[in-house]
Design a protein around this ligand. Structure first.
Ligand code: FAD
Ligand code: UDP
Length: 385
């Protein structure tokens, strides 16, 4: 007899969501994490009353009413709207690419002027029917000036690769608008949890046994003997002992500074495009919550090469890695007692809402019950946690 029905490896959003609903279904769960805290990459550290996003800025956004209701059942959200700024060659631009950006670049004022300018910039790339890489996609969408001023160097710095070596879909994360709207996301719902991301994880995991500082790979036999099924949210290539070779990831180094100053940069996110500057962004955390503290905490985000032992923050979904991943995916399908889920185990450039959607999808297949349906008619007075 097993002590636990499920061992869940990883206390991030995927693992915590799965553990929560499996427990509600009467299953006994143990959830572990090799880090010394819960929450995976959405973990925040409170410094001088400011929620510091320890693993980079996390802004929740979704178009799915039920996912929005789901997260709101654990914490109310403020209406923070992400509007990053970008500094390129000493000049400040608004993001995403919108009328403000076009005005700053070309002095155009009306949408018609911007469309005409953009068409003149993209006409050379009209022949590209299906862009093969990020560079082709960007040139086709926004043309040479935007690419060279706001994309090329940032992208090379972020990924350590040329735009021509990266998948096209990455640049499609950013909207293009002919309105003066600096909202980085086009989703209907967006915000930062008023009670903090940690609260959401704590509530999801209420009453569930958690073991921190525990690496699954250091004690596989012990866990196999005690747990009937496994939910794995770590790196899929590591799970299979790199049998088909290592997948590529991009890592980051975060450098935090506590400042005796109320307002450092006047905005939560400022991107630094130029390659000579080693970091891609500076985050000023208090602005996510409209903080009024006397001090401020800022974080410099430095992209770095990934190697074993470093945190694998981003999958690199190019052709080479996709074909390696497909092999691991086939192995994963045959691993009947293990579920693979989340950004690392599915090797997908997921945002938070997509991780939740994936967990709900698995839960539905597993328990033959659509848990997300419960959140169709949720209101803040409902009590369905
Ligand atoms: P994770 O949060 O990575 O959790 C996996 C956990 O598994 C980790 O805690 C890890 O320690 C643990 N683990 C791994 N291997 C083992 C092992 N062998 N033994 C024990 N434990 C193990 N999304 C948005 O929606 N909005 C944003 O603004 C946003 N910004 C981001 C900024 C950055 C810099 C990054 C890197 C990501 C961002 N994301 C954002 C994406 C978001 O972080 C992820 O979609 C989400 O947190 C992934 O959840 P997860 O549970 O799949 O994985
Ligand atoms: N990007 C860019 N310039 C910017 C911001 C983003 O060229 O100022 C490109 C870059 O290739 C980046 C991608 O758009 O990797 C996606 O950006 P996003 O902000 O979604 O990345 P994340 O927050 O996931 O790091």
């Amino acid at each position: 007899m097993y002590t636990y029905d499920y061992l869940i490896i990883g206390t991030g959003l995927y693992g915590a969501t799965f553990a929560h609903f499996a427990t509600k279904e009467g299953k006994k769960c143990l959830i572990i994490d090799k880090r010394n805290h819960k929450g995976g990459n959405i973990f925040c550290k409170n410094i001088e009353g400011i929620n510091v996003h320890k693993y980079g800025a996390h802004i929740f956004h979704t178009n799915d009413q039920r996912i929005w209701n789901f997260v709101n059942s654990f914490s109310s959200f403020n209406r923070y709207t992400n509007s990053p700024l970008a500094i390129s060659k000493g000049k400040l631009y608004n993001l995403p690419f919108n009328m403000n950006t076009f005005h700053q670049l070309w002095g155009v004022i009306t949408p018609q002027e911007a469309i005409e300018k953009l068409m003149s910039q993209t006409s050379d790339y009209e022949h590209i029917k299906t862009p093969k890489n990020l560079e082709e996609q960007a040139l086709k969408l926004v043309g040479k000036d935007v690419y060279e001023t706001l994309i090329k160097e940032y992208t090379e710095k972020q990924w350590g690769k040329k735009g021509s070596e990266l998948p096209a879909f990455i640049i499609k994360r950013l909207p293009i608008r002919y309105t003066y709207d600096n909202n980085y996301f086009s989703d209907k719902y967006q915000g930062i949890p008023n009670e903090g991301y940690n609260q959401i994880i704590n509530k999801l995991l209420k009453g569930i046994e958690v073991q921190l500082n525990t690496d699954y790979f250091k004690n596989i036999d012990h866990f196999s003997n005690n747990c009937a099924k496994i939910v794995f949210t770590g790196a899929i290539d590591e799970y299979f002992n790199y049998k088909f070779g290592k997948l590529e990831y991009r890592s980051l180094v975060f450098e935090n500074k506590l400042l005796e100053q109320e307002n450092f940069q006047g905005n939560a996110v400022v991107n630094y495009i130029d390659k000579v500057i080693p970091y891609t962004r500076i985050i000023e955390h208090k602005h996510f919550e409209f903080g009024t503290q006397k001090q401020s905490v800022i974080t410099y985000e430095y992209p770095t090469e990934w190697s074993e032992g470093k945190e694998p923050y981003y999958p690199v979904n190019d052709t080479k890695n996709t074909s390696i991943y497909k092999k691991y995916e086939t192995l994963a399908h045959n691993e009947v007692n293990t579920i693979f889920g989340g950004r690392l185990a599915e090797y997908k450039y997921y945002d938070m809402h997509q991780v939740i959607a994936s967990a709900f999808n698995t839960l539905k297949n597993h328990f033959h019950k659509d848990f997300l349906k419960d959140y169709e008619n949720y209101s803040s007075n409902s009590n369905i946690q």
